[in-house]
Unconditional design. Sequence first.
Length: 544
Amino acid sequence: MSEAELHILKARMRGGVLNKARRGDLMMGPPIGLIYQEDGTLAPDPDAEVQAVLRLVFESFHRTGSALQTVRYFLDQGMRFPRRLRSGPDKGELMWTKPQHSRILQILHHPRYAGAFVYGRTHSYRQPNGKVGQLKVARQAWPFVIRDAHHGYISWEQFETNQKRLAENSLGFGGERRGGPAREGPALLQGRVLCGLCGERMGVQYERQHGESVPIYLCQQESVRRGGRTCQRVPGKVVDAAISELLLELMTPLTLEVALTIQEEVAARVAETDLLRRQQVERAGYEAELARRRYMKTDPEHRLVADVLEAEWNEKLRRSQAAQAEYERQSQEQRLLIDQDARAKILAIAADFPRVWNDPRIEPKERKRMLRVLIADVTLVKAEMITAQVRLRGGATRTLSIKRPVPIAQVRKVKAEIVREIDALLDQYGDREIAELLNERGYRTWEAKPYTLKKVAFIRRAYGLTSRYSRLRAKGYRTARELSAQLEITATTVHVWERQGMLRKHHYDSKNRCLYEPLEGVRILKGKGGRDGHQPTIIFRPSA
């Protein structure tokens, strides 16, 4: 046979394939959850557990908005994922394994789950080494797309919505990183902030302030790509607070509707997981019963086979009992959640949505998802004021002017009135008494803490205020030793006269140290005491 004849035969075969594809009659290997019936039509798998798992995949993705979160949900719930063997001696058999991210993405991207027949999603080509490679074809270039060709798991509109969401999520990876799904972290506008100076997508950086993470929105595309400088850094704490107030303003009229939607979603999620777990228990029981039948049909004399079947039966029984125990435990947890926690939250949402929005128990990812329902993106410009251009879903815009936060140096700086108050009190009181008076008058530090002795002493030294000791010395006040030398008496006598009210002392620190008022223009005459034990007479007379 010549090369021309082979080319003609190949072209005719290719033409037949294209004609069948044009009519939607071309039979191709169906994905998991879909099988060909006897009449050649494609229909959902008759296995109810397989159908429940696939429907849960689409429901979880619709709820979480992320394929990775869908996988984590399956893993957290301890659910298995179906897989049909394509080759080997057990070809066509159904296996249950742990879900994988790649498998979930394949299901979400496959149009046959939307009931559509599609041909030409990939293009084959010959590589230089002789092998055949495949390239993905863009959706706009698919040659044949026939909607509603068979029964699917989702509608075509839902499939389009899923593709749009997956495309947005993919922007969070690669060199551009222009978006992405809602993730952990307190940054409310993560993946939704644009730089008002260069138009690039702004990233998020976290800093520790007072023991908590505070977001900083920064545009560093110029520094990453060309080694330039950071375009701008915008403090996220004040921006998130302003956006949160705007969101509460927009969401207030929809409080009841949101509460009902959440209630329906919680009920549907519990029903889906409960049905799937119950089916897993039934499957485990069926496998145990099947193993029992095999063992009972075996010849008791043939111990080699009987021992293997008996061990298999015991293993199936253990799995069935474990599945039943796990189902009862998780069902009990779900019932408690619905009866107590979920119902209380639903009533709280219906009664007071702002309080629920500010509830610290709500994860940041949930707030971000609620925000993305109403807000498309936010453009920030940092000047004397922070300007936030908010673009809402549907095209409407809002402009917010936000005050820039005060620098930490100014926040920590003591107010001038406090300094003047301490300066005035130093004429009459020491540091400890001044701290007590400031607290009684309602003054607090920048950390909202009461004043202490050390804090007052620090302020006095930092602002160059004259100490209580220096002020008393400037007035001529003296120590007990200096006064005793002046009056030619002992220091003990000075203390005794102070207790008798003949001298006045003034404390100048917290260690009970003091200075005495001077006795200027006074002459002391001492009387002569005898052996009768009387104290000597002390007479104060003005000096000549």
